[in-house]
Structure formats: C-alpha cells, structure tokens
Ligand binder design. Sequence first.
Ligand SMILES: [Ca+2]
Ligand SMILES: [Ca+2]
Ligand SMILES: [Ca+2]
Length: 464
Amino acid sequence: MKAMSQGGFLSAILLVIFSLLIIPQLIFGEDVRERDERAVREARIEGQYIVVLQDSVDADSAEQEIIARAGGERLGSYRSALTGFAARFSESDLAVVANDPRVAFVSEDRIVSIAESVRVRGARDDVGAESHRRKPPPPAPPPSPPPSDESPTTEAVKASLQTLPTGINRIDAEFLSNKGAGVNVAVIDTGIQLSHPDLKTNIVGGKNCSTGSSYNDGNGHGTHVAGTIAALDNGVGVVGVAPSAKLWAVRVLNNAGSGSWSSVICGIDFVTSKAPKNGGPITVANLSLGGGGVSDNNCGNSNNDALHKAICRARDAGVTIVVAAGNSGANAAGFVPAAYDDAVITVSALADSNGLSGGGGAATAYGADDTFASFSNWGTPVDIGAPGVSIYSTWLKSGYKSISGTSMASPHAAGAAALYIANNPGALWSDVRDALVAAGEALGAGHTDPSGKHSEAVLQADTL
Ligand SMILES: [Ca+2]
Ligand SMILES: [Ca+2]
Ligand SMILES: [Ca+2]
C-alpha cells in the first residue's frame, strides 16, 4: 500500500515534470522553421560541398586551383546545369573556398533518398528499397480477365496477359491514341533494369552518377517509376501512361535508394546537357526522391542552394521537371525538390483501389478509395495529385510489383507531361503544369479530401 502510494506520488511528480517538458510543444507545436533547419542539419554530409562558380570564369582551371589550394578531393564536375564541382575538403578550408572571387557560393552536400523524407528522427534505416516498409503493400492485382463473350483468339489471350494498372485506368490514359511518341523522359532515380522486356526497347540512354559502373538498376525503384511512365503496350506485363515515350536511365541513387545532392546534381547536369537548348531530346524528367530543405523561390541564389540552381537551369534548358511531394504526411515546403515552386511540378499521392473515380472502391491501407494517401505531403508547393497507392509496375529480374508512395504518383504526372508535350511540342514547363492542372479532376468531382489538406486537382489524361 505504502509502496503503491509512494509509486503514485513519484508518478505524479514525473507526470508534472514530463508535462512541463512536453506541453509547450503540444500547445505551440514545433516551429516549422526550426524543424526544417533541423532536418537540413541532420541531412548534411560532413566535409562534402558543392561549389558553384561564377559563370564567367574558366571553370576547368578554377576548379583545379581551388581544389588544390583547399587540399580537397574532387567528387565530380558540373558544366551544364551548374558551372561548378563537388568536392571534399576540411571545414577550415571552407572559408578560403567560399571567399575565392571565382566562387558564387558553396552548398553543403546533403542526403536524399527515394520516397523517404530526410525528416528522419535520427533513423537512417528508413532508407530502403520500398516506400513503406512498416506496412507491406497489398499484393499485386490479378491480370484483367479475358473478354467473356469472345472466343479466346490468339490476340485476346495475348492481350489478357497485360494488366491495366489501376493508376493508368484512374487517369484514363488507356483511351488515348497519343502514346507520347517522340518524347524523351529522364528517370532520375536508382537506374532502370535495362533488359526488362516491358521497357528495354524504350530505353535509349543513360548516365551513372552513383555506385557501380552502369545505369542498370540495383534497387527496383527506378524500374518501377520507369514502368509507370512508359512500360510498353505489348500485350504482356503492364502498360505505362505514355508507352511510346523514350526513357533515359539516370542513376543518382545507390542500391539502397540513397544518394546526395551532389549525385542528383550530376544527374540534372546530364539531363541539361541533353535538353533542347543544348540540342538534345530530353523534355521531361522525373524525380521521385527528396530530402530536407526549403525554397527561396529564387533558384537558390538567395539561400545558396546548388540543387535548386541546377534544377532551374534544367528548366531553362527546356526540361519539364516532375517531382514527388514526399511521404511524411507533412507540408511539402520542408522538402526539396518538392518545395521548388518556381521550377518543378510537385505531385501528391491519391489512394485509389479500383482505377475508377467516385470513391466506390475498397478502402486502402492509406485511406478510403479516392481520398489522398495518409502518407502524402501536402501544401502550397503541391500542384497536382495522382494515384500513389498499391501501384503495379515493372520491377527487377524482369518482374512486377505493387508499391506505394508519392514516388509512384509522380511518374503518372511525368507520363502525362510527355503526352501533353507530344501534342504541344515546345511547351514551357509552366504551360505543361497549367495544362495538367486544368485537365485535372477538381475536388469533389471524383475524389474527396477528409483531411482538409489537399485542394489540388487529381490528374486526368483523357483531354491532354
Ligand atoms: Ca480508365
Ligand atoms: Ca506491357
Ligand atoms: Ca477509385
């Protein structure tokens, strides 16, 4: 009895102390700016920097001299999306580098990853092959049944082997005669399985900016994204939004799905070198990745953000850049590239279970049919929603898999961008964004938002 009351007394004191510590946070919440700054600190790769040079300097010699003077190690050079380089050097040499008159600014290098935000509360183990490890995704949908009133001709049997993924069905890309022919889309991700029979004849090139020696996918994520954009309409497997578009495999994330600003900028640099302004064919790029950061809405020139500057240069070279909003159920303004409202189309994730609008399908693991996925980021930077729950697409070993994330929503919009550009060659990225938004399904028309956080339209491809 005594022990119990003593225990009760101790508990009461602990409760008071605990309350004093916790209640102010509950009342005021965590300051958004503090949270964003903390996320950025946590994501920093110590001793690793991106040096942006003035455009007027002789980049090769400046780079060589600055690295030599800082006793640094070169990680990579950028000449298209940025004039600059990535390097490792000690913090004590940072001031020397930053004060060099040939240097515009220096950015700290930071971690980015697939589908997972960098708002990891001290845990790096979230970085993995799939968006939502803690809740395994539901199994793949069965293949569509053959037409019941037809005798199974060879053609019908063959066609029955190709599943129409629910996301392609939901946005009504399957009705279009426009298949995105002639449009080149870069998948800036973990690479693409180059030999995948449902992708390989669409893959025209690539670049490795990560580990290994090729832009072959060692994770599966990039292969999945590529399939949603442009899996072949060939009677087997799945079909993409724009099955006649061409794919570029730009590997910037390693086999664990992790990379850095410096590796992503390497990919952006490659894409920019192949952009229309430089005589190349790439007009769309998909980035289903992200990390902590904010936007100055000034291409990084106000807050020394090399990633933002590189993405703006790609934009200016004629590339429409489509990015995932992120999966933290938070405001996308704290995540980059999602927050770069002046340069990218940011895509949230819709939960849809049946490929149809109207909310008549079964509930998903992340919300009712035709509501926004509970994990999806939201907020002002988000431009459009697209299917992102249990999306069936291509995977490693010539296989197929259903996974969830804004990583899966973004490629639906990238594919739709390719369709729009096929019909409107030379369209500016902002034209593409406005067209996708204008053609989209308004809130209440076929989906609802019990969360009250998503006012954006949901992608529809049928009028693009
Ligand atoms: Ca449909
Ligand atoms: Ca196929
Ligand atoms: Ca539905």
